[in-house]
Design a protein around this ligand. Structure first.
Ligand SMILES: Nc1ncnc2c1ncn2[C@@H]1O[C@H](COP(=O)(O)OP(=O)(O)OP(=O)(O)O)[C@@H](O)[C@H]1O
Ligand SMILES: [Mg+2]
Length: 378
């Protein structure tokens, strides 16, 4: 062993949450960094003055002195002006980003932090210090551009989450009012039918809004399923019933084959919406006079639920990418304008991931079969 090797770079991790500290410590130590931990701003400043770490990883939100204030003060300590500071934040939010930049942060990482990402950012921050002046200029330029892009992205996310959130209430009200009209016996049949159509459109809009909200939640690490044992017969019956009108209009038969499966462990609301998305897709692609089958079976200890249609199916080479956001296959739905947004399957995959399960496409020969596996209760 070479005793004279470079000392390990020393990283100061500042976070009020013990679990986060432990995770960062384990992550960085596994990559041969030396780590010291602080529970808050004041302790961080003391440790910094005493040991002059090579890099600081700083949580933004902490009680007492928060991350931005800590960074500002750190910058005026001896050796503090040019030490790289990597901010960690739970909120993907423009204001937090701006505050972190103003306080003199070098980098901005959003939680939940992937271990590989944390390592990469700290390594980058350290490399930066060793660059010569010319390369530093280039690096600064690239970093400025990246920060501008990130800021724009955060602004866009904020706008869209406002819009989506604010749509939820008026859309629910529209549905309620349409329901009143639909039940009003004094109205002529065509008016009540119109009210029914309004409700179908509203349901589709609501599906989109909820998909978007949950995709955002998942990005922030907040999509946590409340798993209970739920009655699959009842759930599947409700979903098929709710789609009966649409199916009839297309002369499509909705079938259920649950076999021996009676219950499944999942979050009731999330699983219902996954199935709604799959049945919605199936109905869009099902040819006139065909069948859509919702089936279930036990497979390798998991519960497998399938939604199968007899439409054009999904080409083998696209069976992974259709789960990415905004992906829609060329061709659309029989010449009609595209009604979807390419978010339904993204939502489904995130939900299955959050359950420790999986979702994939099987060949229906002809048709598409969406197949999900839900593990038994932990
Ligand atoms: N049952 C199916 N048969 C054939 N293609 C399908 C089927 N389900 C999904 N696809 C393809 O996968 C794409 C993505 O589906 P996804 O549900 O994510 O989005 P979408 O239905 O287009 O929009 P939305 O966000 O409203 O659900 C669809 O646009 C379609 O091209
Ligand atoms: Mg869809």
């Amino acid at each position: 062993m070479n005793q004279l090797a470079d000392p390990k770079p020393l990283v100061l991790v500042v976070d009020d949450n013990a679990q986060n500290r432990a995770l960062a410590e384990a992550t960085l130590e596994s990559e041969d960094f030396e780590v010291m931990l602080a529970e808050g701003g004041l302790q961080a400043l003391e440790l910094f003055a005493a040991r002059r770490p090579d890099c600081v990883v700083l949580d933004v939100r902490m009680p007492g002195m928060d991350g931005t204030e800590t960074c500002r003060r750190l910058r005026s300590l001896p050796g503090g002006a040019d030490v790289p500071v990597v901010f960690l934040t739970a909120s993907r939010d423009v204001d937090t980003f701006d505050a972190a930049q103003r306080a003199g942060g070098d980098d901005f990482v959003t939680k939940p932090v992937q271990p590989a990402e944390l390592i990469l950012r700290v390594q980058m921050a350290l490399k930066m210090r060793r660059l010569d002046a010319t390369n530093k200029d280039y690096f600064e330029l690239v970093r400025r551009q990246r920060d501008d892009l990130l800021r724009l992205q955060l602004q866009k996310e904020r706008l869209s989450s406002f819009v989506v959130h604010d749509l939820k209430n008026p859309v629910s009200s529209i549905d309620l009012l349409a329901q009143l009209l639909q039940r009003d016996k004094r109205l002529p049949p065509h008016a009540r039918e119109a009210a029914e159509s309004i409700r179908l459109e509203v349901a589709s809009l609501m599906r989109l809004i909820l998909n978007l909200l949950d995709i955002n939640k998942s990005e922030e690490g907040k999509l946590v399923p409340s798993v209970t044992s739920l009655d699959l017969r009842e759930l599947s019956q409700n979903i098929l019933q709710a789609n009966e009108v649409r199916a009839k209009a297309k002369d499509v038969t909705l079938l259920r084959e649950l076999g021996e499966v009676t219950t499944v462990s999942a979050d009731p609301d999330l699983l219902r919406r996954v199935l709604e998305n799959l049945v919605d897709n199936a109905l869009r692609y099902a040819p006139k006079g065909s069948r859509i089958t919702l089936s279930a079976r036990h497979a390798d200890g998991d519960v497998e639920i399938r939604v199968a249609d007899q439409g054009k199916g999904v080409p083998a080479e696209l069976r992974e990418s259709i789960f990415d956001r905004f992906v829609q296959l060329a061709g659309g739905e029989r010449g009609a304008q595209r009604t979807g947004r390419g978010l339904g399957l993204t939502f489904c995959r995130l939900v299955l991931d959050a359950h420790g399960g999986r979702i994939f496409v099987d060949d229906g020969n002809p048709g598409a079969v969406f197949c999900m596996r839900l593990p038994p209760p932990a």
